[in-house]
Design a protein. Structure first.
Length: 61
């Protein structure tokens, strides 16, 4: 800090899981990965359609 001015924003510590919480998080993450079916056609995904409509209205597509 110089005078009353802050020169940079402090970097917050990254939370780290340990023990039971870490195992539970990993179990949920692996289960979600196993259950992910993917997209057959990303162009028909609702978010893709919505983004395309927004771009067309803005004249950017």
């Amino acid at each position: 800090m110089i005078g009353d001015k802050i020169m940079a924003t402090a970097i917050k510590a990254i939370p780290t899981l340990h023990g039971k919480e870490a195992k539970e998080f990993l179990r949920h993450a692996e289960e979600a990965e196993r259950n992910f079916k993917g997209f057959k056609n990303i162009e028909k995904h609702p978010y893709c359609v919505m983004a395309r409509n927004i771009l067309e209205k803005a004249g950017m597509r």
